[in-house]
Design a protein around this ligand. Structure first.
Ligand SMILES: *Cc1c(COP(=O)(O)O)cnc(C)c1O
Length: 392
């Protein structure tokens, strides 16, 4: 019997065997020729995964929060105006980080939990405050709301804001084309759709972001996050030369290189399409079971995860039953509705079999929670969606 459960949370996700093997390799020196080559390749491949041919990648030991911190530390100077397109929990976090570096933050909120701010209100705020930076959370992990990054970025550009996208729960899963869409800085963490165990903060900064950094008149307020230190390191590794500022997470970088190669061999368009298909099948399954999702409109549905309300009479006790059926899902996160819903991540190497196993485990949890439904309806709908059949 396999002594493990299927991990279907919005990060860490299930990692592929080749990525895990790279984690288990004997650790080399961070200046060994073979590691320099691997790090160099990973930096080059990140540009392709972010679809940012003109971008400058940074890969630093840390989590997604460090990537956010790095963006704010290097681009904000005291008194700068910042606009936070606020779609939930992690947008609030970005605001706090920006404020820590002295930004004056304005929020534009969606009307309710599960909504994103309307474009017209974002544009009005851009006109009113003329911010230096604007942050967008691509997928809010607390609500499974995806924002319209393409349109929002175009608005930010139009009003000369530096556009920062928190793609921690999105990049390499949700469609994002950094250069084409005018995104000045995109960031993520290793453990979500990039498919590498937790521990790497990943940032790709565009030309305008690097220029804004160079034009700073005050020093960066964080020693560890300062691009003054990290830029020469990234340039050295990419130029296949040894250098040192702080020890890279050698095995994680090795695993990142393996994962990026896998992502690129699938192809970005195929990968985005697979995420849409997996998400569609999962959402068809829970819809057929009569369960409702947090996002208030279909155009807001993320493809990397789903946030699902418990039906009437069912509560978070169901999570234990889902676990006993072999699948780990996540509880609620958004404080306003925390105990009313659960979250399921379906990103990275996720397969149709994973989706069916998860819907099956949710059916088991619903049944044991006393919910009345016809067992198998969710599975049939998910299966039909995976096969591309029209719904009954
Ligand atoms: C997970 C997540 C973060 C935080 O990343 P950590 O690795 O937990 O620090 C930030 N933003 C979004 C959208 C996330 O999903």
């Amino acid at each position: 019997m396999k002594n493990r459960k299927l991990l279907m949370i919005p990060g860490p996700i299930e990692f592929t065997p080749d990525v895990l093997r790279a984690m288990g390799m004997p650790t080399t020196s961070h200046v060994a020729a073979n590691f320099i080559e691997v790090f160099g390749q990973a930096l080059e491949d990140l540009r392709k995964v972010f679809l940012a041919p003109s971008g400058q990648p940074f890969v630093v030991p840390g989590s997604g929060t460090l990537a956010m911190d790095m963006a704010a530390a290097n681009l904000i100077e005291r008194g700068d105006q910042a606009l936070v397109v606020n779609s939930g929990y992690f947008s609030d976090r970005f605001a706090k980080i920006l404020e820590r570096y002295g930004a004056v933050v304005t929020h534009v909120h969606g009307r309710t939990v599960g909504d994103a701010p309307p474009l017209s209100e974002v544009e009005a705020a851009l006109q009113a405050i003329r911010p230096k930076v604007m942050t967008i959370t691509h997928v809010d992990t607390s609500t499974a709301v995806a924002t319209n990054v393409r349109e929002l970025s175009a608005l930010g550009r139009k009003h000369e804001a530096l556009v920062i996208v928190d793609g921690v729960c999105a990049t390499a899963g949700e469609e994002m084309r950094q250069d084409e869409w005018g995104i000045d800085l995109a960031l993520t963490a290793s453990q979500k759709a990039i498919g590498v165990p937790p521990g790497l903060a990943i940032v790709v900064a565009g030309l305008r972001a690097m220029e804004a950094f160079r034009k700073r008149t005050t020093p960066v307020g964080s020693f560890y996050a300062d691009w003054t230190e990290w830029l020469p390191i990234m340039q050295s590794y990419e130029g296949r030369k040894p250098s040192y500022f702080a020890t890279p997470a050698v095995n994680l970088v090795w695993a990142l290189n393996v994962s990026l190669k896998g992502i690129l061999s699938e192809g970005m368009d195929a990968r985005f399409a697979r995420h849409r298909r997996m998400s569609g099948a999962f959402k068809a399954g829970i819809g057929a079971l009569g369960l409702k999702q947090l996002p208030v409109r279909t155009d807001l549905l993320a493809t990397t995860l789903s946030a699902v309300y418990y039906p009437q009479g069912v509560d978070k006790g169901m999570l234990k039953y889902i676990d006993e059926a072999g699948v780990i899902v996540a509880g609620g996160l958004h404080p306003a509705v925390r105990d009313q819903y659960f979250r399921v991540g379906h990103m990275g190497a996720v397969t149709g079999a994973d989706i069916l196993a998860t819907i099956g485990a949710i059916e088991s949890g619903l049944k044991r929670s006393g919910y009345k439904f016809e067992v198998g309806t969710g599975l049939a709908a998910a299966q039909a969606a995976l096969e591309g059949l029209s719904q009954m």
